[in-house]
Structure formats: C-alpha cells, structure tokens
Design a protein around this ligand. Structure first.
Ligand SMILES: NC(=O)c1ccc[n+]([C@@H]2O[C@H](COP(=O)([O-])OP(=O)(O)OC[C@H]3O[C@@H](n4cnc5c(N)ncnc54)[C@H](O)[C@@H]3O)[C@@H](O)[C@H]2O)c1
Ligand SMILES: [Zn+2]
Length: 365
C-alpha cells in the first residue's frame, strides 16, 4: 500500500496526499520537495508525540541537520493563540526562518495549529501535515483551512494555507482511541452523504470491517473520502461557493460543540448536526422519511450519537447567529436533496433551525 492522490488548487499549485502504511517513504518525499532543507520543527501534541515522534524523527534523519520539536498538551482546549505563541518562541529561539519547514504530527487540532503557525511565522513558511487521527487523515489535513479557537468562538482566527505535502501513515490508526475513530467516521459518512451515494451505501454495508480498522478497507475509504474533499477544495479553494457543501452538519454541530464546552468531540457534533440538517431537509420534503431515518440511524453502528438529553435549545441556536458562516446575505445552510447530493440554501429560518435542534432531544417515555 503506497497510494497517493494529488490535490490541485486554482492559481497556487498542488500537493500530494500520500496514504502509506508507515513512515518508510516520508524521508524520500521530503528530500524531493526540499532538497536544501536546513531545519525542521515538528509540532505535535502530548499524546501523539509519545507514540510517533521518534519514528518520524528517524524517518527524517537524512533530510536535514536540525530537527526540533514543539509539543503541546493534547486537546481542543489548547487550540489557542497561547499554544501558537509558545511555538513562535521556540522557532525564534532556534533561529527559524522562511526557508525552514514546519511539520504537524497529530490529529485535526495539531494540524490546524501547526498549519496556522506555518502560515503566519515570517509571513509563511513551508508546511507538511502528518495526520494521525482518522478525522485528520480523511478530512482536516486536506484543503488548507487552519486556525485556532478564541474565547467561545471556534476556528475564528485562522487562514487558508496549503500544505506542501500530506502524508498519512495508516499504521498510526491502531492506537487511536475508539471514540476518536468514530469521530473521524462522522466526516467520512458526511463525505458520502454530500457527494457519493455509492460510497455511503458501501460504508453502511461494510461497517463492521471498517470499525475493525481493516487496513485495506481503511485505505480504500481514505482515498475515497480525500477525493471527495479534493473535489470541492480544487473547485473552490477559498470557500466562496461549492466548498461550503463540506460544512454539511457543521452549523448546528459547531454550536453544540461550543454549548457543551467540547464535552462532545468534533465528529460527534458533526453527526448530531448532520441529523439536524437532514431533519430540515426532510421537513422541507427534500428527503423521504425513509431516507431521513436511514441517515439518522446509520450513525449508530459507527459509534456516533444521534440524540441528546434535554439541553437549552435557545442557547445553542443563539450561538449559530455568531457562527462565522453567517454572512451579510443571510445564514448559508447545507441541506440534502438526496443521499449523495447536497445543496447550499440561504433561506433556512431560525425557527427551522430551532425545531431541528430540538428534534435531537431524546423523548423518554
Ligand atoms: N482544517 C479543517 O479543514 C478541519 C476539518 C475538520 C475538523 N477540523 C478540526 O479538527 C479538530 C478535530 O480533530 P481530531 O478529532 O483529530 O482531534 P484531535 O487532534 O484532538 O485528536 C483527537 C485525540 O486523539 C489523539 N490522537 C490523535 N492521533 C492519535 C493516534 N494515532 N493514536 C492515539 N491518539 C491519537 C489526540 O492526541 C487527541 O487526544 C477540531 O479542532 C476541528 O475543528 C479541521
Ligand atoms: Zn469538520
């Protein structure tokens, strides 16, 4: 297994997404891209560094003389400017400049933080992403969105900065906690729902092999999921239009993530947000009741939530107003026309959002 895809984006070049079983090919990829490299800083979190930092360092040993690391405490709570500032200090102390390379090694939090550091330090230095969570491999490592949370606002400070290479070693998924694997599945299922009914139905049919993390099936699934992300990113790298479709499930999902103060993972909130968005589509007669219940119930075998105990629906909905996807032209919302086909609409009312959010509350008899 040594597959790769190339993600191209308008006006600014392209980069390779390598899906390999381990880091054996990493050194060669880096040497080809950066033949005269002097320094690398690997940004990683406290969980992943303990597991894979030394493997990655050995894979990079022949690429340049100096490889340093910056390790921050794992968790969404540390996707902050403070983490970014502390890394700037390390880069400055080690005389890093624009010709040096920053590598992110970890899940979506690490990728978002490391890419943001790379995009801002000295007005931008090269960035390579080594995703280690399913969510990061299947989704967040591709497309260039990066940034941090600020106060109660999620991903509110950031930029779009393309990596020079994404290299996923699927072997690292073996150590990923089950809940995190499920969280990644929410984005993969989303990819099928918005763009490819055949892929979605394949996942539903093969859920037990997928959840067993069969390496061949996982690689196949990643290639498909990354291709779907690539399709939207290539067409619309700066999210002026079609790329918004990738935000299916994210408007209500992000609001839940904030409301519950990150008690639920990003993917869990995306699953809940997808159920709510499918509910609006169903209420608008865009989906049949059969389709809606299939979409809702099929998150369950992948270990994802589809309902919640009672919560303050109004508080969640008022968060949505502050969501960055609100524009002067109204709230853009992604709905499903059918499984495999999403559309962008700008006329979803606050009442529809409230009703959909409320529908997530489980009714105990
Ligand atoms: N930039 C984008 O386009 C984009 C898209 C989707 C999500 N995101 C962001 O991604 C983040 C969520 O990503 P995530 O779910 O990967 O979170 P994460 O980075 O916090 O990783 C989840 C947990 O798994 C651990 N982990 C990661 N890889 C591991 C491995 N191989 N073995 C053992 N433990 C491992 C991490 O240390 C962490 O504790 C959110 O902040 C979200 O906003 C960004
Ligand atoms: Zn997401």
């Amino acid at each position: 297994m040594d597959d790769f895809l190339t993600v191209s984006y308008k006006n600014s070049g392209s980069y390779k997404v390598v899906i390999n079983k381990d880091y054996s090919g990493l050194g060669q990829e880096i040497k080809e891209l950066f033949p005269n490299l002097r320094r690398i800083c690997i940004v990683s979190d406290s969980n992943v560094a303990g597991l894979y930092l030394s493997d990655v360092k050995s894979a990079l040993s022949s690429c340049c003389e100096t490889v340093i690391e910056y390790v921050f405490e794992a968790g969404e709570a540390n996707k902050t400017l403070e983490t970014v500032h502390a890394c700037y200090e390390v880069l400055l102390a080690n005389d890093f400049n624009r010709r040096d390379l920053i590598i992110g090694l970890g899940g979506g939090v690490t990728g978002d933080v490391a890419a943001f550091i790379a995009s801002t330090y000295m007005r931008g230095c090269a960035f390579v992403n080594l995703p280690t969570s399913l969510l990061a491999m299947a989704d967040s490592s591709v497309g260039g969105k990066c940034g941090v949370d600020y106060k109660q606002y999620k991903n509110i400070i950031g930029s779009i900065y393309m990596p020079r290479l994404v290299y996923a070693a699927t072997r690292t998924l073996a150590s990923l906690p089950e809940r995190e694997f499920s969280s990644g599945m929410a984005e993969v299922l989303k990819a099928g729902l918005i763009k490819d009914a055949g892929f979605y139905e394949w996942m539903i049919g093969d859920f037990s092999t997928i959840m067993d993390r069969d390496p061949v099936v996982t690689a196949e699934m990643l290639i498909k999921s990354v291709s779907i992300k690539q399709f939207f990113v290539t067409k619309d790298p700066f999210e002026q239009n079609e790329r918004m479709i990738l935000n299916f499930g994210h408007t209500i999902g992000h609001a839940l993530e904030k409301y519950f103060n990150f008690k639920y993972s990003h993917g869990e909130c995306v699953a809940l947000g997808s159920v709510a968005a499918a509910y609006i589509s169903y209420k608008r007669s865009m989906l049949t009741d059969e389709e809606f219940y299939e979409i809702r119930d099929m998150f369950v075998p992948f270990g994802l939530p589809i309902s919640l105990d009672a919560f303050d629906v109004d508080a969640v909905c008022s968060n949505i107003v502050h969501d960055k996807k609100n524009t002067d032209t109204g709230l853009k919302f992604i709905l499903l026309k059918k499984i495999g086909k999403a559309v962008i609409v700008n006329d979803v009312s606050e009442d529809e959002i409230r009703e959909a959010t409320k529908s997530l509350i489980v009714e105990w008899d």
